[in-house]
Design a protein around this ligand. Structure first.
Ligand code: SF4
Length: 335
């Protein structure tokens, strides 16, 4: 059981990183109008380091901020900070190629309207859609299926919004100091009993990444120069990419599955993270072009922040090189 509250940053309550204040901007469902996207881009350029970081939960981060006040005011004016009390728990990942933003918006509004849910942890996560159902949400919706901690226990729902709000309330009641439903002893069972389970076939949660293309570009190492994509409506994906309209100028982004950048991710590393034992982004760049069959993730320390779900080859800095971890193949030292 956790002994301390989670420290996930918000858009106003910043995390103090080695390179200044770090804000995480929740974007439930990943959809930003052209005007909203420009607000975030300009905030990164005018208040931060000039870059936007894409997270594995399809959120955005701005680094190098003096404080969160000006950013908060801009986001509020753009409709991107609808609740001061529920800001950090607004984590909803939606299948980015499906038409589901209306459901996400209804879900977000209902979760934010319940005062009890304000103290859900910043790690709380809801997924919407089959292609993101394996991303480890506390709750997941796939048609009428309500997944609990990433498992189909047989719960079927008529009103998905009401079901998630009810389930989130039950989680909050029983969670103690746990951050995730999977950490609560008997949590999944109790929520299943509350709703009742049907007999019959179960679905298997899955992760189906969107392949890079000119309309679904990936962002190299999840870090975008905020001068890029001005005036474009976007949908963020949990694979550190976007969905953009046809004809958008995607120079410098990953638009081809054969790109050496495709499938390569890295944590912040030096100089942004004080814990980092190396400049993982520079090391990943230098390594680029080495053939790899699985996604590859580089970390500056053993916390392994931002590691993608599923099978992945990892390079974890040791202070004296990197430890390579490849699924069941075990560890080997790389120097
Ligand atoms: S994995 Fe370590 S070095 Fe990388 S961002 Fe997380 S804490 Fe920092």
């Amino acid at each position: 059981m956790r002994s301390h509250p989670d420290a996930c940053p918000g858009a106003v309550e910043l995390h103090q990183a080695a390179d200044g204040g770090l804000a995480r901007i929740r974007v439930p469902g990943g959809t930003l109008s052209a005007a909203q996207w420009d607000v975030v881009r300009l905030a990164a350029l005018e208040l931060g380091t000039g870059f936007l970081e894409f997270t594995s939960r399809a959120n955005l981060q701005i680094r190098g901020l003096a404080d969160g006040l000006e950013l908060g005011a801009r986001l509020r004016a753009a409709g991107l900070l609808p609740s001061a009390t529920h800001e950090r728990m607004r984590n909803i990942i939606a299948a980015p190629l499906e038409s589901n933003q209306d459901l996400v918006d209804a879900l977000d509004a209902a979760l934010c309207a319940d005062p009890v849910l304000a103290s859900l942890p910043g790690r709380f996560l809801v997924t919407v859609g089959a292609s993101v159902s394996g991303l480890g949400g506390d709750f997941g919706l796939v048609d009428d299926v309500l997944l609990l901690a990433g498992t189909d226990t047989g719960v079927r729902v008529d009103d998905p919004v009401d079901a998630v709000v009810t389930a989130a309330g039950l989680f909050q009641e029983m969670r103690g100091s746990a951050w995730r439903l999977s950490e609560v002893d008997g949590g999944v069972r109790k929520i299943t009993e509350h709703f009742g389970a049907v007999d019959g076939p179960r679905i298997t949660p899955a992760v189906t990444p969107v392949a890079p293309s000119p309309t679904t570009p990936g962002v190299p190492l999840g870090r975008l120069d905020a001068h890029q994509l001005p005036g474009v409506p976007v949908r963020l994906t949990p694979w550190r990419g976007l969905v953009v309209p046809p004809g958008t100028d995607t120079s410098g982004l990953i638009t081809d599955p054969a790109s050496p950048w495709h499938g390569v991710s890295a944590c912040t590393g030096r100089p942004g993270c004080a814990k980092s034992l190396s400049d993982v982004r520079a090391d990943a760049r230098a390594w680029l072009g080495t053939p790899h069959s699985l996604p590859v993730h580089w970390s500056g320390c053993s916390r392994r922040c931002g590691r993608p779900q599923g099978d992945v080859i990892e390079f974890v800095a040791t202070g004296d090189g990197y430890r390579r971890i490849a699924g069941t193949a075990g560890d080997e030292e790389i120097r």
